[in-house]
Design a protein around this ligand. Structure first.
Ligand code: S3P
Length: 168
């Protein structure tokens, strides 16, 4: 099986995923990194040149490839849950954990970079609030939602590791 980490941008999926893979001696993969590698360009460029729909197509394809492997901790892009076939695939091939954080915390974590095309807007806080509201029903479909507020990367990884063992 695999462990899929989903959740909004800036909730720590990549850092937690790396730690979790280390703790469990599993492989780690970051879907956004794989997409950039495959496309040989940054995600911002993909969005700017070919649009979000094209990005989602590639994201779905890469998820399919990764889900055919076993023993991976997979950090997913924040929008992966928007396609219900992606959710079904993650659940079929592993467990899906959603990391959550408050809008204020997310804003703090993402404001140091401009790599996220969906938040490169005049009022990112407003956009975060809107997207969080729209996406809540999708994120809630995870096997478990882990609130990361006030927790270190190690603590979040530990919580997921224990829940994954219990849920097997
Ligand atoms: C997106 C999240 C990003 C990346 C893309 C779209 C989203 O990944 O896949 O910019 O729709 O929430 P992170 O969640 O790793 O930032």
């Amino acid at each position: 099986m695999n462990i899929y980490l989903v959740g909004f941008m800036g909730t720590g999926k990549s850092s937690v995923g790396r730690q979790l893979a280390k703790d469990k001696c599993w492989n780690f993969v970051d879907l956004d990194e794989l997409i950039e590698l495959k496309e040989q360009r940054r995600i911002v460029e993909i969005f700017a040149k070919d649009g979000e729909a094209y990005f989602r197509k590639i994201e779905k394809k890469i998820l399919k490839q990764v889900s055919s492997q076993k023993g991976f901790v997979v950090a997913c892009g924040g929008g992966i849950v928007l396609d219900k076939a992606n959710i079904a695939l993650m659940k079929k091939s592993g467990m899906m954990f959603c990391l959550s954080a408050t809008a204020g915390e997310i804003l703090k974590r993402v404001s140091s970079s401009s790599d996220r095309p969906l938040l490169n807007v005049e009022n990112p806080r407003k956009r975060i609030d809107l997207l969080l509201k729209m996406r809540a029903p999708y994120y809630m479909q995870a096997d478990k939602v882990v609130d990361t507020t006030g927790l270190s990367v190690r603590q979040v990884a530990g919580k997921i590791s224990r829940a994954a063992c219990a849920g097997r």
